[in-house]
Ligand binder design. Structure first.
Ligand SMILES: C[S@@+](CC[C@H](N)C(=O)[O-])C[C@H]1O[C@@H](n2cnc3c(N)ncnc32)[C@H](O)[C@@H]1O
Length: 270
C-alpha cells in the first residue's frame, strides 16, 4: 500500500483522483490519498498562508510556518517517505521518475499557489518536480498528473502487469500501433501479422513498429535507447524503408553480426 499525501490550499480540486482506476485502487487498499489543507496550520487570526515578498515585487508568497507545521504533523512512517515540491523550477517529470517513486511507501506532494514559495520551504523537499516548462497557477494539477502516472505502476492497480510495461516510455520507446475489432474498418485493414496468431512474428512486428514510431515522432529519445542484438535486423530494415534513419547507424553498428565463416571441408585433398 502506498500512502500519498498532498499538501494543498485547494483539496476540493482533487475530485479526479476519486474516479475510475484510481478510485478502485483506493477501494482495494492499494493506495491511500490523504489531502491536507495547510491553511489549517496557519496560526494567525485570519488563517493567512501568504505574505508580500521582502524587497518588493508582484504577488504573494506562501509563508513557511503553515507548511512546516503540516509536514511535521504527518503521522510517523516506518517506510520510505519522499517529499516532492511542485515547482516549474524542478526537473521535468517523466516515466522513469514515476517508476522510482512508485516503490516508496509514502509520497508527499507540496502544492504551491500564488506567486510562489518562501525559499526556506524548499528545504523540506527531497526533490522539486515540474510538470513541464510552463507555469501553472498552482501545483494541484501537476501533482494530480504525477499521482496518476505513479498509481498505474503500483502492482495490482492495472489488471495486467504487461499493460503498463509495454506503454510508451516504459522501455524508452513509444508503443507500437494497436488495433481491435473489426479486422477491416472503412477499407482500412488490420496488419495481417496481428491476425496470424504467430507470437514470435507479432513480437517482432511490434518491436519494429515501436522503433519506427520513436524514430519518426520522438527522435530525441533515440540517444537514450540501448539496442539489443535482436534489434539489428529490424533497424537495418527500417533504414531500407526510411533512408533518413541511416544517420543513426553508428548507434547500432557494433551489433552487426560477424560474417559467417565458411566451414572447412573435412575431406583431405589428395
Ligand atoms: C504561479 S506558480 C509560481 C511560479 C514561480 N513564480 C516561479 O517562477 O518559479 C505557483 C505554483 O504553481 C506550481 N507550479 C507552477 N507551474 C508548475 C509546473 N510547471 N510544474 C509543477 N508545479 C508548478 C508550483 O507549486 C508553484 O509554486
Amino acid at each position: 500500500m502506498i500512502q500519498i499525501t498532498v499538501l494543498t490550499l485547494f483539496p476540493e480540486m482533487f475530485v479526479p483522483l476519486q474516479e475510475s482506476i484510481l478510485k478502485r485502487a483506493q477501494e482495494a487498499g492499494l493506495m491511500e490519498i490523504r489531502l491536507v489543507n495547510f491553511r489549517d496550520y496557519a496560526t494567525s487570526k485570519h488563517k493567512n498562508v501568504d505574505d508580500v515578498p521582502y524587497g518588493g515585487g508582484a504577488g504573494m508568497l506562501l509563508k513557511p510556518e503553515p507548511i512546516f507545521a503540516a509536514i511535521r504533523d504527518l503521522p510517523q512512517t516506518n517506510g520510505q517517505r519522499r517529499v516532492i515540491l511542485m515547482s516549474p523550477q524542478g526537473r521535468v517529470f517523466h516515466q522513469q521518475k514515476a517508476k522510482q517513486w512508485s516503490v516508496h511507501d509514502e509520497l508527499v506532494f507540496i502544492c504551491g499557489h500564488y506567486e510562489g514559495f518562501d525559499e526556506r520551504i524548499r528545504e523540506l523537499a527531497d526533490e522539486e518536480a515540474s510538470l513541464g516548462d510552463y507555469v501553472l497557477t498552482g501545483g494541484e494539477l501537476a501533482s494530480m498528473v504525477m499521482i496518476d502516472a505513479v498509481a498505474r505502476l503500483i502492482p495490482g492497480v492495472l489488471g495486467e502487469k504487461a499493460s503498463s510495461e509495454e506503454d510508451s516510455h516504459s522501455i524508452g520507446l513509444l508503443e507500437y500501433p494497436q488495433y481491435t475489432r473489426p479486422a477491416e474498418f472503412e477499407g482500412q485493414k488490420v496488419p495481417e501479422v496481428l491476425l496470424s496468431g504467430h507470437h514470435a512474428q507479432i513480437k517482432r512486428w511490434r518491436r519494429k513498429e515501436s522503433l519506427r514510431r520513436t524514430f519518426l515522432r520522438r527522435p530525441d529519445l533515440i540517444t537514450e535507447i540501448t539496442f539489443g542484438a535482436e534489434d539489428y535486423p529490424l533497424l537495418e530494415e527500417l533504414i531500407f524503408e526510411h533512408e533518413e534513419f541511416a544517420s543513426w547507424r553508428g548507434k547500432w553498428q557494433h551489433l552487426c553480426p560477424p560474417p559467417k565463416r565458411q566451414r572447412r571441408s573435412s575431406k583431405k585433398l589428395t
